[in-house]
Design a protein. Structure first.
Length: 69
């Protein structure tokens, strides 16, 4: 996933590979799993672009699927 990240976040066009809801889901799972803790709490922020809610919800779903709060 190293090629996804620019200086200010993930780079690409929303809803076109690689910036898809599936990527958000996988990223959320990875973040929650990477912590190695039993209890994971996360705060998700986003900007005002139209793709924001879609990617936010996908990331949240990935986090929660791994037990994050």
């Amino acid at each position: 996933m190293g090629e996804l990240f620019g200086t200010d976040g993930i780079r690409g066009i929303a809803n076109i590979y690689p910036v898809t809801p599936e990527m958000g889901l996988k990223l959320g799972r990875a973040v929650a799993g990477f912590s190695g803790k039993d209890e994971v709490r996360a705060v998700v922020g986003r900007d005002t672009r139209l793709s924001g809610p879609m990617l936010q919800r996908a990331l949240e779903a990935g986090l929660m699927s791994e037990g994050a709060e």
